[in-house]
Design a protein around this ligand. Structure first.
Ligand code: ADP
Ligand code: MG
Length: 322
């Protein structure tokens, strides 16, 4: 791409705080703090697949980093460094300035250094690798859930999916309602502070990017357990409550993606501690069910009513249970 180096100088070279050598060499040099390990994850956003053509570049800059921060939140890691690999159809200065503004605002808010990347011409494609630090025995993994653990989620579920449903004309909602759920879809708030506050408390965690049933299912598979969640206990936004009973709302709640809330498990003895962690992180946490023994050959997530009876669910994702 012509002017590649001035693009890099202009948009991608920023002050760093935790980095020995950042943008400008063949590789960056970083050193995790003593006693910590690196937590590393990458997520790619592709135009037409993860976002609509013509999406607002500033929101896209935010979301590109946010989905990556969410993965570190789910590990309980402290985010520190990111690389950014971009394919751009053309060097559009306005687009790049707005994208970088959204990206760097979130990076600064989480004290993340942009330490390198790659810039090339091609169909719009945004790929971040994020790196953070966590002490090895405190990382929140998917394989730590135990029978008897409580299951918790942060925030409210299904709002991003409601925004998609509204844009696709599957539901009719007011302008204000659309604005509220669009915010959830376009500019998700990764639960980094909560993930860090849950270190040493939660036994397992995952971020909800593919819907509660699918993602809690991943905890179950990795931990060789099953889960029972109570439909009425799931945290709902005002709009979700207003749409109660509509099938679109129920599948958004249980199987909608893109919320970037955390789902985690913790021993029942730690309920008060979990609630305090939520308060400290300024995010609501809600207990939604329990980890149960997996019946032979049937690991998965059951949705039950207040009496513990199975609820019929239209869209379950991958689930084989019940
Ligand atoms: P190389 O030829 O060694 O791959 P590049 O010319 O691609 O190097 O990049 C020059 C420097 O700019 C490197 O330090 C690289 O990490 C950084 N860089 C390139 N693109 C980006 C980007 N989009 N965001 C952040 N850093 C970038
Ligand atoms: Mg390169």
């Amino acid at each position: 791409m012509s002017g590649e180096f001035s693009l890099i100088d202009r948009y991608f070279t920023h002050r760093t705080r935790h980095t020995l050598l950042g943008v400008g060499d063949d590789a960056a040099l970083i050193r995790p703090r003593r006693g910590h390990v690196l937590a590393i994850s990458a997520d790619m956003l592709v135009e037409g697949r993860h976002f609509f053509r013509g999406s607002d570049p500033e929101a896209l800059g935010h979301k590109t980093l946010a989905v990556n921060l969410s993965d570190l939140a789910a590990m309980g890691a402290t985010p520190r460094w990111a690389t950014l690999a971009l394919a751009l159809p053309k060097a559009d200065a306005r687009w790049l300035a707005a994208f970088t503004r959204g990206f760097m605002r979130l990076a600064r808010a989480h004290d993340v250094d942009l330490i390198g990347g790659d810039t090339t011409r091609g169909p719009l494609n945004l790929c971040v690798q994020i790196m953070g630090e966590v002490s090895a025995h405190q990382a929140l993994r998917r394989d730590g859930a135990r029978v008897g653990d409580d299951i918790w989620v942060s925030g409210t579920l299904g709002d991003a999916a409601l925004a998609v449903a509204a844009r696709n004309k599957k539901i009719r909602i007011t302008k204000q309602q659309l604005a509220a759920v669009s915010q959830r879809l376009d500019q998700p708030a990764p639960r980094v502070a909560l993930g860090m506050a849950l270190r040493g408390i939660a036994r397992s965690a995952i971020d909800i990017s593919d819907g509660l049933l699918a993602d809690l299912g991943h905890i179950c598979e990795r931990s060789q357990v099953s889960a029972a969640i109570e439909l009425a206990a799931l945290p709902r936004s005002a709009l979700m409550r207003a749409l109660a009973g509509q099938p679109v709302a129920q599948s958004a709640l249980l199987a909608g993606g893109d919320d970037y809330e955390l789902c985690f498990t913790a021993p029942a003895s730690r309920r008060a501690t979990v609630l305090r962690a939520g308060t400290r992180a300024r995010v609501r946490v809600t207990r939604i069910g329990r980890i149960i023994r997996a019946p032979a050959g049937a690991i998965g997530v059951a949705v039950v009513d207040g009496d513990g009876l199975p609820v019929r669910v239209a869209q379950r994702g991958f689930d084989h249970f019940g």
